[in-house]
Design a protein around this ligand. Structure first.
Ligand code: FES
Length: 616
């Protein structure tokens, strides 16, 4: 059989193929990834390219999709055109599959953007006596064999008027290959999704442009479920003891998400109607409360959840104000106390593809710890409490403008404040720094006891005079009234130090036991990933100095930002990442710390504020 050379411009890649080969196959051989949302059936028109010579004559399918002027200019559909001679083919950028990078703070990943929600622009022939197909058939047939009809009545109810008003130039919205809506005109660029990380204390939402995976806005707020209790256990108790509280917890998180949608929409001008999917990660309890499912089983032995698998529900059924035909994808959980947020961390950090020993810790109200070794994944959750997120600390606040995020103590106290304003409070990284510095200079003992002014005689005078004793016990003024916002002093109390000790002991103890789980010790750790907003800003030296994390060499400790949120974005923008997340949830071994022998002994030892010896 005769063979011909096909050269693709503008990159000049060329291949030799047999006569009759489709241009789409030749392009594949040349390493080009052409778009083909219709699967090469000649329906979407996305694989068009210019091939004026060396190819066969246009097929009837091409004559329907391409205008006479386009055909005259040599435009063809790669999936329909066959090579019959040496050909010079120009490939426009718009016909290539878009590969984008999704930034993971501290790392960068290639991502094939292939969201569950796709929009296809259709120019449909108007009905005629020769073509009297029903409206819905006209749309579905243009979409290809794998397009499924709408599952609900509303899209069909809008269809007749919409087709005629828009002169049969419409955009079909497909989710999971099912037609969920039809819009007038070409709205393919207006396709958005939201990735949400529902934390026990804070909620972060990323508005993403689905065709490119780009984040166009980020909005965050406190989780207003806190009115029912600051931690997961108290919310489980509230939801279990009174059905009205379960409804209240559900309404609270839906209201937060709606507010974040409104804010992101206001900031960008993107209509909530253009948002067709929301991917949500959270811990197992948060997933239950979001869906209004009782978490009662999580509150008593043997601690079972009502579901673990991913759930997909209509946005409207949850009262979430995006396109009413949009859907909510609630990502899968690993176990009763290790949720989809941890799946997100594993996905973002690619722990499922680690050969070396890697450990990740997401420090939030619950500290989730993952250990990856030779393809095996183990995860646990430890109740750190909200201290590192600013709650339960007398002057605690989130890491936003006005928060002290770093502290140095020499002859005086030097605080770095976010936004360079007078300080209003202390965020998690500032808290760890402050305590590490107070222990270093001797104002706080390793046991956590804050010294009195009399006992701290070795301190520089300007530091010593910040130690104050009042009816609540000892306090240390990080900012005096004349230095602080609203002339209110910012003090770290002896009780704050105790809260921090409890939180850090839970995290350290958990990490140590997880290393035991794989028969390793800190020196074996190739990489320690710190996830979460707190993990991003924390000074590694301070975390090591107070024994928050095991003694891993500082250069092996990497902050990866809000990895749970990045994981949600990956699941939103890529179906293969979503499938990978499901495999992670299925295969990760959930380790129950409380059942581990020696956990409570190690917890007590880990209360000490110093770099801790690893217990073998
Ligand atoms: S791949 Fe759809 S028309 Fe060619």
């Amino acid at each position: 059989m005769a063979e011909f050379t096909v050269t693709f411009l503008p990159d000049n890649g060329s291949v030799t193929v047999a006569s009759g080969t489709l241009l789409a196959e030749a392009a594949r051989e040349a390493g080009l990834r052409l778009q083909s949302p219709c699967g090469g059936q000649g329906r979407c028109g996305k694989c068009r390219l210019q091939a004026p010579t060396g190819v066969d004559s246009p097929t009837p399918v091409e004559m329907r999709i391409l205008s006479p002027a386009q055909l005259n200019d040599g435009w063809r559909l790669a999936c329909q055109t066959r090579v019959v001679g040496d050909a010079l083919v120009t490939v426009p950028e718009s016909s290539l599959v878009v590969e984008h990078r999704i930034m993971v703070e501290g790392a960068e990943r290639e991502l094939l953007v292939e969201p569950n929600v796709r929009k296809l622009s259709l120019r449909l022939p108007a009905p005629s006596l020769e073509d009297p197909r029903a409206d819905l058939n006209r749309v579905l047939e243009a979409l290809g064999d794998d397009a499924l009809p709408p599952a609900r009545l509303e899209p069909l109810q809008h269809l007749p008027g919409l087709l005629r008003r828009s002169d049969y130039q419409v955009t079909a919205v497909l989710a999971d290959s099912r037609l969920v809506a039809v819009e007038a005109g070409d709205t393919t660029e207006e396709t958005y999704g939201l990735a949400v990380d529902v934390g026990t204390t804070t909620v972060v939402a990323y508005l993403c442009h689905l065709p490119t995976g780009a984040v166009v806005a980020v909005a965050s707020d406190l989780n207003s479920q806190a009115q029912y209790g600051g931690d997961v256990i108290s919310r489980i108790q509230a939801a279990t003891s009174d059905p009205e509280d379960l409804r209240g917890l559900n309404r609270a998180i839906i209201a937060v998400i709606n507010d974040l949608v409104a804010r992101a929409s206001h900031e960008t001008g993107v209509s909530p109607q253009a948002i067709y999917e929301i991917a949500i990660v959270g811990n197992t309890c948060m997933s239950h409360l979001l869906l209004g499912v009782s978490p009662a089983g999580l509150g008593t032995v043997p601690f079972v959840s009502s579901f673990r698998s991913p759930q997909t529900v209509r946005a409207a059924s949850l009262g979430i104000d995006v396109n009413p035909e949009g859907s909510i994808y609630v990502a899968p959980n690993i176990g009763s106390f290790v949720g989809a947020d941890t799946v997100g961390v594993i996905l973002a950090g690619e722990l499922d593809r680690s050969d070396n020993l890697r450990i990740a810790v997401d420090i939030g109200t619950n500290g989730e710890i993952v250990v990856a070794k030779e393809g095996e994944l183990y995860a646990c959750s430890t109740a750190a409490g909200p201290a590192f997120e600013g709650a339960k600390i007398s002057c605690g606040m989130r890491a936003s403008v006005g928060a002290i995020d770093a502290v140095r103590i020499d002859d005086e106290v030097d605080c770095h404040v976010i936004g360079d304003v007078r300080p209003r409070g202390l965020c998690g990284s500032g808290l760890v720094d402050a305590i590490a510095e107070l222990v270093r200079v001797g104002a706080v003992a390793e046991t956590g006891r804050m010294l009195t002014r009399g006992e701290a005689s070795a301190l520089p005078e300007k530091v010593r005079e910040r130690l104050v004793e009042n009816e609540h016990g000892m306090e240390f003024a990080l900012a005096r009234a004349d230095e602080a916002y609203a002339d209110e002093p910012l003090t770290l109390t002896a009780r704050d130090v105790r809260e921090t000790q409890l939180a850090k002991a839970a995290i350290y103890g958990g990490m140590e036991l997880m290393l035991h789980q794989v028969g390793a010790e800190p020196g074996d750790v190739a990489q320690l990933l710190l996830a979460g907003a707190f993990g991003n800003y924390i000074r590694r030296e301070s975390a090591l100095a107070i024994g928050l994390i095991p003694s891993v060499a500082a250069e092996r400790i990497v902050s990866i930002g809000n990895a749970a949120g990045v994981g949600a974005r990956l699941m939103l923008c890529s179906l293969s990442e979503r499938r990978r997340a499901q495999e992670i949830a299925r295969s990760t071994v959930h380790v129950e710390l409380s059942r581990r022998e020696g956990f409570y002994d190690r917890f007590a030892d880990a209360m000490m504020l110093r770099s801790l010896p690893f217990e073998r």
